[in-house]
Design a protein around this ligand. Structure first.
Ligand code: PLP
Length: 401
C-alpha cells in the first residue's frame, strides 16, 4: 500500500475561507432580505486592462496560424517577457540578468515550490501573522519553523533577533494580512542578519505596486547585499488583475549559493533552473504576451489606474478607523487594512458581530497566525460604492455616542 506523507497530518485544517463562506451562507439563509457586503476577499475585482486584453487577442490569433503557432516555450519564460520584467526592475534602480528571472504561473506556486531546493534540517523563520502558504509548504516537508511575532508594539514589522539562528527567512512586504511595509533601514537589518547567518531570504513582493511612499523599497534588491542572499517572488495577480489569468515571476540571483552538509556549494539559480526544467513546462504564450503588455506604457497606466481605485477604497476604510479611534495598520501602501477588534473581542466573535449587525464580511485575523487572534482584515478590493456603504454601516455600529 502506498504510504502517504505523514507531514500532512501536521497541517492545521485550513478552514479559514471555507468557515467564512459557511457562516456567510448560513446568515444569508436566515436573513434573505439583508444585503451583505464582502470586504473579506483577497481577490481583485476590476477587469484586465485594454492593452492586456488586446495583447492576448493578438497572441491567440498567432497561435491559430501555422506560421506563428508556438508549442512548448522555454521553461524559464520567453525572453520578451523576461526583458520587460528586467525593465521594471531597472525602474527601481535594480539591474538583473535575464537568466536571473523565471516566469511562472504565480507567486503562490513558486513560494511553495522553492522549498524543493532546501534540505529538511534548516531552521525556517516565518512571521506571524502572514500569508499561510509559507507555513503549510514547510510543514509538508517537516522543517523546523520558528515564528517571529508581528504585534502592535512593533507595528507588525518584526525585526531580526540575533540570539536566534535561521537558515531561511520569509518576508512579505507589504504584508498580507497586515499591510505593514518595511522601510529601507529595516530591510537593511534583515539583509545584514541573513548575511551574518549565511541564510537565504525569501522575499514576497506581491504587493509592491501598492507602495506609494517613494522612500519605501519595492524590491529587496534595492538593499545592497541582497543580491547575494535573497530570492524575490512577485506576481501580476494583485498588480494587474491577473489572479485568474496566472502569471508571476521569481528572481534567483546568480550570486546566491547554498551549501551541502559536507560543505559543497551549489548555485541556487542553477538548482531552481533544474527544478523548473524538471517539473514545469512554462506559462502559456498568450498569457506571457498579456504579461508583457502590463509593462508597456499603456499597460502601466492601466495597472496604476487599478491600484489607484483600490487605494481610494483603502483610504475610505482607514479614514473610518481613524475617526473611530481604532488601532490599525496598512491601507497606505497596501490594499489591506488590519485593525484591532473593538471591545476586546476575538476575531471570530467580531466576524459574527460585524456580519450580524452590519452585514459586512471581513477576514478574522486568527486565520493568519496566533498574533492575529484579536485582529481583523478588511480589503480594498470591492467597488467604491460598496466600500462607502460598508464603512457607513461600520461607523454606525461602532461609533461611541
Ligand atoms: C495574492 C498573493 C500572492 C500571489 O499569488 P499568485 O499565485 O501569484 O496569485 C503571493 N503572495 C501573497 C502574500 C499574496 O497575498
Amino acid at each position: 500500500m502506498a504510504r502517504f506523507n505523514e507531514n500532512f497530518l501536521e497541517l492545521k485544517e485550513s478552514y479559514l475561507f471555507s468557515e467564512v463562506a459557511k457562516r456567510v451562507s448560513t446568515f444569508k439563509e436566515k436573513h434573505p432580505e439583508r444585503s451583505v457586503i464582502r470586504l473579506g476577499i483577497g481577490d481583485v475585482t476590476l477587469p484586465l486592462g485594454k492593452a492586456v486584453v488586446e495583447a492576448m487577442h493578438r497572441a491567440a490569433d498567432e497561435m491559430g496560424k501555422a506560421e506563428t503557432f508556438r508549442g512548448y516555450g522555454p521553461e524559464q519564460g520567453y525572453d520578451f517577457l523576461r526583458k520587460a520584467i528586467a525593465g521594471h526592475y531597472r525602474s527601481f534602480g535594480v539591474e538583473l540578468d535575464i537568466d536571473e528571472i523565471f516566469v511562472s504561473d504565480g507567486a503562490k506556486s513558486d513560494t511553495g515550490n522553492i522549498t524543493d531546493l532546501f534540505g529538511r534540517d534548516n531552521t525556517v523563520l516565518i512571521p506571524d501573522p502572514v500569508y499561510p502558504v509559507y507555513v503549510d509548504t514547510n510543514t509538508m516537508n517537516s522543517r523546523n519553523i520558528v515564528y517571529i511575532n508581528g504585534t502592535a508594539e512593533n507595528d507588525f514589522l518584526p525585526m531580526p533577533d540575533r540570539s536566534i539562528h535561521a537558515d531561511i527567512i520569509y518576508i512579505c512586504s507589504p504584508n498580507n494580512p497586515t499591510g505593514a511595509c518595511y522601510n529601507r533601514a529595516q530591510l537593511r537589518e534583515w539583509v545584514d542578519y541573513a548575511l551574518e547567518n549565511d541564510a537565504v531570504i525569501l522575499f514576497d513582493s506581491a504587493y509592491e505596486s501598492f507602495v506609494s511612499d517613494s522612500s519605501l523599497p519595492h524590491s529587496i534588491y534595492e538593499i545592497e547585499g541582497a543580491e547575494s542572499c535573497a530570492v524575490e517572488f512577485c506576481s501580476l495577480s494583485k498588480t494587474a488583475g491577473f489572479t485568474g489569468t496566472r502569471c508571476g515571476y521569481t528572481i534567483v540571483p546568480k550570486a546566491i549559493t547554498s551549501v551541502s552538509a559536507d560543505g559543497r556549494e551549489m548555485s541556487l539559480n542553477k538548482m531552481w533552473n533544474r527544478r523548473q526544467c524538471t517539473k514545469f513546462n512554462g506559462v502559456p504564450y498568450v498569457i506571457q504576451r498579456a504579461a508583457e503588455a502590463v509593462f508597456s506604457e499603456e499597460g502601466k497606466e492601466e495597472a496604476k489606474a487599478m491600484t489607484d481605485a483600490y487605494m481610494q477604497n483603502a483610504r475610505i476604510i482607514s479614514d473610518t478607523m481613524e475617526r473611530l479611534g481604532i488601532r490599525y495598520t496598512g491601507g497606505i501602501n497596501s490594499p489591506y487594512i488590519w485593525f484591532e477588534c473593538p471591545f476586546g473581542m476575538n476575531s471570530w466573535d467580531f466576524f459574527d458581530f460585524l456580519l450580524e449587525k452590519a452585514g459586512v464580511v471581513g477576514t478574522p485575523g486568527a486565520g493568519f497566525g496566533s498574533n492575529g487572534d484579536n485582529w481583523f482584515r478588511l480589503t480594498a478590493f470591492n467597488s467604491k460604492e460598496n466600500t462607502v456603504e460598508a464603512m457607513e454601516r461600520f461607523r454606525s455600529l461602532l461609533k461611541k455616542d
